[in-house]
Ligand binder design. Sequence first.
Ligand SMILES: [Ca+2]
Length: 365
Amino acid sequence: MNGKKGYLLVATLTVLIIFCGCEKVEKVSTNVKAAVFPADKNAKIAVILDTDICDDIDDTWALAMLLQSPEFDVKLITTAVGDTTARTKVVAKILQTAGRTDIPIGTGVAIGDMKTGHRQDSWVKDFDLSKYPGKIYQDGVQAIIDTIMNSTEPITIISTGPLSNIAAALEREPNIAKKARFVGMQGSIRRGYGEKSKPQKEYNVVSFIKASRMVFTADWDMTITPLDTCAMVSLDGEDYKKVLDCNSPITNAVIENYRVWAKSGNINEAQVGSRSSTLFDTVAIYLAMKRDFVEMEKLGIRVTDDGRTVIDGKAKKINCAMKWKDLIAFESFLVERLTSPAIPAPTSNIAGQPAVAAPADVNGR
Ligand SMILES: [Ca+2]
């Protein structure tokens, strides 16, 4: 081979390598994008919400935001941790209040602190779950699996609690990771609770460390709002007043729940008249549809043996909302959503009928 031919060969190979490399990169980025948001901008995002509602009150705000966001097609809501049946009762009453009994509910794994009752009990004391017109799956974990595996479109799991249900679903059917993406309120990477500047053990992760590790290493596209962003969200002043004064069924349900939650936790009820508590979980709902107001970083995140979430270049890369670009705009967006006219159940559904092919119900009623 003479010098010129050698040069030509090297140049051709270089072009080929660059071309193939670009194509590969492009293909990957297209796939990731497609996995994150539907290709059709008008298509709704099919979601499952897994929530530990009735622990902190922010899950109730997050559920209201979910129901008030037209971007979503809510396939299932599952309850996580503790007395999950008691939590299902609150979800059922909220769905009935919102006219959304078309959305099935799944009762998740009863695990962790099994004390009976919770801080929103008095809101449902006269609510008879046996008369609820919608579908309730007793095996919420199987409902998660069936909803994902029977779906023709990718499902987004939004998790606003400890990860016991999601890990149980992954353990029973690992293939859900190929057909779903995960968006959650978990972790603490560079900041902790409140104004503390150092990362802390975050409740949802540290509650069930093995389960958290399973979710953080599963082979799915994963996005989180760690405390770095979600711990900064709350409403007060005019923003809060708009929700307080809206007087719609859903905002009244949120404020009524906030009031009983505050009372049962010995929080000064005057707070309910003037401001919200920290609304961590609303950011997970937001990240399932938009990212405009946050700065995202793709970071390798490892769950340590003692339940911290640390940056580790060798760990699975996760999309992390690390800073606010515009927190005030997010809070306005949240208020706008909560106070918008209610989104009715899809017209093709009769109340109580699931919107899609129902998961096989082994034990449900
Ligand atoms: Ca929560």
